[in-house]
Design a protein around this ligand. Structure first.
Ligand code: ADP
Length: 393
C-alpha cells in the first residue's frame, strides 16, 4: 500500500564513487544509468575504459589519500574496480564518513592470499593444503610438486609457479624479495576443472548466490565460462553456493564476492581464491541472468534490495576477446560479420587499445543447446581476435 512506503528523503540520488577505470567500472555504468545512480570515477589515466563512459571523473593515483578524499567528496559510498587501494586509505575514507564497500576488513582477504588461507581454514572452508614458506628448504619439507604464490600482487596467473624441485623455487623467492611479499606454498591440486560461484551481499546482510559456473583458463587468463557448470552434481553445486554465502557472511563482504574453486578428480570442491568485485567469471550474467553481477554489485553497495540471480536461459557461454599477436584493425571492424552471423549474440567491447593477450572484450551466447552456444561464442570471439583457426577446438 502506498501509505506504508517510506517517504522520499532527498531530491537527489546519492553519488557512488568508483576507484579504477578498467572494464569492470565501465560495465557498472550501464546499470547505474538504468537505476538513475550517478557515478564518479577515479581513473588512472585520461581516456581509459571507464573514463570513456563516466563523465564525472578525476584522473589520479589511487595510492594517494588526498586524491581519494577529493574523489569521494559529496559521495555517499565508494566501491572499486580493483583490489589495490591500500588498506590504511580505506580506513581513512571510512573515518571521513563515506561508506566503503567492500570494507577494509573484508577486502584484505582478496588482497593477501596468506591472510585468506588462514581465515578460511579457521572457518573450516575446504582449501588446498598450504603453508607460508621463506626458503626452498621449507618448500622441500612441505613436499613437491607444489604451487608457489606471492601472497600479494598476483593476477591472471602472474605470481604463481609450479615447482618440482628446490632449484625451481628461485624465481618465486627472488620475485618475493623484490616486491617485499611472502610466499605461500600449496599442494598441486589434481583438479577436473575450475568452478566459480558469485555471491552478492549487501551491508544489511541480504545475499544472493548465482549458479555455479565452469571456467577455462588459457595462459593464466580466464578464457571461457559455461553457466551453469555442465554435469555438476547437485550436491557439489549446493556445497559451492553454501561456501560462497558462508564466506561472504563471515568475512562481511559487501558487493560481489567471487569464489574461485577447484573441482577435484575425487569429487570435492576446494577454494582457490577470492575476489571482491565483479569478476570475469560473472560476465555471462549480463545477458544470461535476470540481474547482472554489475547491477547486483551496485544494488549491494548502495544497500538496495538485490535482484534475482536466476538464469534467463538454460545455457550461457562467455568467451573473452583478447588482443592477438598481429592486430592491425579495430574491434569495431568485427561487428558487421559477428552481428550478421548471429543476431542473438551479445557483444561487449571495452574501448581498449589492442595489445597481445590483453582482455579487450567478451561475447555471450545463450540458448537451449550447449554445443550451439559454444560454437557461436567461440566463433565470434575468434573472429574479433582475427584468429578463426581456433574455432574448431
Ligand atoms: P591469480 O591470482 O593469478 O588468478 P590463482 O591463485 O588463481 O592466481 O592461480 C592461477 C591459476 O593457477 C589457477 O587458475 C589454476 O589454474 C592454477 N593453480 C593455482 N593454485 C593451484 C593449486 N594449488 N593447484 C593446482 N593449480 C593451481
Amino acid at each position: 500500500m502506498a501509505d506504508s512506503i517510506a517517504p522520499r528523503s532527498s531530491h537527489r540520488a546519492p553519488t557512488l564513487a568508483v576507484i579504477g577505470g578498467g572494464q569492470l567500472a565501465r560495465m557498472m555504468a550501464q546499470p547505474a544509468i538504468a537505476m538513475g545512480l550517478p557515478l564518479r570515477l577515479l581513473a588512472e589515466a585520461e581516456g581509459v575504459s571507464a573514463a570513456q563512459v563516466i563523465p564525472d571523473q578525476l584522473v589520479g593515483d589511487y595510492r594517494d589519500l588526498p586524491t581519494l578524499l577529493k574523489v569521494v567528496d559529496g559521495c555517499s559510498t565508494v566501491t572499486f574496480d580493483h583490489e589495490h587501494v591500500p588498506t590504511e586509505h580505506l580506513h581513512a575514507l571510512s573515518s571521513a564518513g563515506v561508506n566503503v564497500h567492500p570494507g577494509p576488513e573484508a577486502l584484505v582477504h582478496a588482497q593477501d592470499k596468506g591472510v585468506m588461507r588462514e581465515r578460511l581454514t579457521a572457518l573450516g572452508v575446504p582449501c588446498p593444503r598450504h603453508a607460508l614458506v621463506s626458503t626452498p628448504e621449507e618448500v622441500e619439507s612441505f613436499g613437491f610438486p607444489a604451487v608457489l604464490k606471492t601472497t600479494r600482487g598476483g593476477y591472471d596467473g602472474k605470481g604463481v609457479w609450479v615447482v618440482r624441485s628446490a632449484e625451481d623455487c628461485a624465481d618465486a623467492f627472488s620475485t618475493a624479495a623484490e616486491s617485499d611479499v611472502r610466499i605461500l606454498a600449496e599442494e598441486l591440486v589434481d583438479f577436473r576443472r575450475e568452478l566459480s560461484v558469485l555471491v552478492a551481499r549487501s551491508p544489511s546482510g541480504q545475499a544472493a548466490a548465482y549458479p555455479v559456473v565452469a571456467s577455462t583458463q588459457r595462459d593464466g587468463i580466464c578464457h571461457e565460462v559455461v553457466a551453469p557448470a555442465p554435469d555438476l552434481s547437485p550436491e557439489l553445486a549446493a556445497q559451492a553456493q553454501q561456501i560462497g554465502l558462508r564466506v561472504a557472511g563471515e568475512l562481511g563482504v559487501t558487493g560481489i564476492l567471487a569464489v574461485e574453486l577447484f573441482e577435484t578428480t575425487d569429487g570435492r570442491v576446494l577454494v582457490n581464491e577470492l575476489a571482491m568485485r565483479p569478476h570475469n567469471t560473472g560476465h555471462w550474467t549480463q545477458d544470461g541472468a535476470v540481474t547482472s553481477q554489475f547491477e547486483n554489485h551496485l544494488r549491494a553497495v548502495m544497500d538496495l534490495p538485490l535482484g534475482s540471480p536466476s538464469p534467463r536461459a538454460r545455457w550461457t557461454v562467455m568467451v573473452n576477446i583478447l588482443g592477438g599477436d598481429s592486430d592491425t584493425g579495430h574491434l569495431y571492424d568485427g561487428l558487421p560479420h559477428a552481428l550478421a552471423r548471429d543476431p542473438h549474440l551479445r557483444v561487449h567491447l571495452y574501448g581498449k587499445d589492442l595489445r597481445p593477450g590483453r582482455k579487450v572484450g567478451h561475447v555471450n551466447a545463450y540458448g537451449d543447446d550447449l554445443d550451439d552456444c559454444l560454437e557461436r561464442a567461440r566463433h565470434a570471439a575468434a573472429w574479433f581476435r582475427g584468429d578463426l583457426g581456433e574455432t574448431s577446438e
